[in-house]
Design a protein around this ligand. Structure first.
Ligand code: BES
Ligand code: MN
Ligand code: MN
Length: 462
């Protein structure tokens, strides 16, 4: 690609300012208080796609938040890249842990980002990474270097399960027809160690409710004589892992694919420092399933984690009470071949079966999704790899991620195309956490690398 570097240099300030404006809108999909802001963000993205050179952009209504669809079709005989991203963000709480307000973006230097990073909710996940694609398109159209057709599909409900996008994809197979799907919503190993995400974990998310006596009781008058739902829930949750941190739900591991020695050895080549990992999190030891390394535990192995637990008295001071009910939210990260609906059912059956007499248990499934793995010999992977080689001067490392983007497996199922995950975030960018940020270096490097993907994908498709 001609002069992508100089184009970025010339327009850097504007590229940053436009992203900052987008980050000021609190598009929190989980909280209906922000409804108008989420809708406004969709409008802004529509405008930015039009400015970047799409011929046709529309806001597609759904039963929830709309999907922004845009396209530039050069020639039906050329390949088509479908870009997916999301404009919704996670809630910003706990607010008091932010060093600057989540929707008032500021640029600050950090150890990992000596050139500065933009701090704001959604900076990395996913507004910043999604917007790289809009700016890459702007570069290609304004310098006459777009080599193929492009379609954009930017949704507003990724952080709440993408249920309306599933319907949209099933109903619009023709409109969304493509040769490869391109997503930047994952991470890379380090700024000088490019990587391409080749796997995502699946997810099953459930909520459990344990009910004991029909009302809250005096813990002196009744304590010791009736089942305490909170004690029981804690015990039931503790029993879900054995002493080796294996999950005890019968059948849970049945479909889990065991990687070969060779594949594990290949994985272990990725640069990783356990010391730095512990230091970054202020922990004195890592923890997890026996027999697996940290990088295996968080990518190729399934997990079960409590995300929230509550019940009883949590206010100031003390109240002597046995609560009538206790609750927890539990997520299970799954690996390819584990079906999330099957796993949800296995969990429900098991959890209900281990409830002691004296309580009743309800399991309420939330959302979920399948995992994903993609081969490294596809045209899409090769094109991405060559693009990184050009801009980083290094061959990217294939890496399976622990996170989930459940819609990706549905894309493959419905649209029959492979997804290439070109992520530019760092694990330390604090996505979903206070002080989320996205490195300016990463943002600009993404804008530089993406057009090369188009170029090589088009060339390799011939
Ligand atoms: N972008 C993330 C997923 C991600 C981040 C994958 C980093 C790999 C590396 C996405 O927005 C996300 O947060 N997904 C949710 C699942 C969804 C159903 C709410 C997740 O992984 O918890
Ligand atoms: Mn995301
Ligand atoms: Mn997210």
């Amino acid at each position: 690609m001609n002069n992508v570097k100089s184009y970025i240099k010339e327009h850097k300030k504007r590229f940053l300012n436009e992203l900052i404006e987008l980050l000021k809108i609190p598009s929190i999909s989980a909280d209906s208080v922000y409804k108008n802001d989420v809708l406004k963000t969709a409008d802004e993205i529509k405008i930015s796609l039009e400015k970047a050179g799409c011929d046709h952009v529309e806001i597609c209504k759904t039963d929830g938040y709309p999907i922004v669809y845009g396209e530039k079709i050069l020639d039906k005989n050329l390949p088509t890249v479908l870009v997916y991203g999301h404009y919704d963000v996670q809630p910003s709480d706990p607010l008091d842990l932010w060093h600057s307000p989540p929707f008032e973006p500021v640029i600050k230097k950090t150890e990992k980002h000596p050139e500065g990073a933009i701090f704001a909710r959604g900076a990395c996940d996913d507004k910043g990474q999604m917007y790289m694609h809009v700016k890459a398109l702007e570069f290609m159209t304004s310098t006459n270097q777009l080599p193929c057709n492009v379609k954009f599909m930017i949704e507003g409900e990724e952080e709440v399960g993408s249920s309306n996008l599933s319907i949209f994809v099933k109903n619009n197979q023709d409109k969304l027809k493509n040769d490869v799907i391109l997503i930047s919503d994952t991470g890379m190993i380090a700024p000088d160690v490019p990587s391409i995400t080749t796997g995502l974990r699946g997810l099953s998310y459930v909520e459990v409710e344990v009910t004991g006596p029909n009302r809250d009781l005096h813990s002196g008058l009744y304590g010791g004589a009736v089942a305490n739902p909170i004690n029981v829930l804690a015990k039931m949750i503790a029993s879900l892992h054995d002493e080796n941190n294996h999950i005890t739900i019968p059948g849970f591991y049945d479909k889990v694919e065991e990687l070969s020695k060779e594949e594990r050895a290949e994985m272990a080549k990725a640069p990783f420092s356990l010391e730095n990992y512990k230091k970054a999190l202020d922990i004195n030891a890592v923890y997890g399933e026996a027999g697996y390394t940290t990088n295996e535990r968080n990518s190729i192995r399934p997990t079960l984690d409590v995300n929230g637990i509550w019940g009883g008295y949590t206010g100031e001071g003390a109240k002597t009470v046995i609560a009538s009910k206790a609750y927890a939210k539990i997520s299970m990260r799954l690996v390819p071949h584990q079906d999330w609906k099957d796993i949800t059912q296995l969990f429900k059956t098991h959890f209900e079966s281990i409830a002691p007499a004296g309580v009743t248990v309800k399991v309420k499934p939330h959302h979920g999704g399948q995992g994903y793995v993609t081969p490294i010999n596809s045209i899409g992977y090769k094109a991405a790899s060559k693009a990184y080689e050009d801009t980083f001067g290094k061959t990217p490392i294939p890496q399976r991620s622990g996170g989930s983007i459940p819609i990706v497996s549905l894309f493959e199922q419905e649209l029959k195309s492979k997804t290439i995950l070109m992520g530019f975030g760092l694990d330390s960018d604090a996505i979903h956490s206070p002080n989320e940020h996205f490195g300016i270096f990463n943002y600009l490097k993404g804008i530089e690398t993406i057009p090369l993907f188009y170029k090589y994908f088009t060339e390799l498709s011939k």
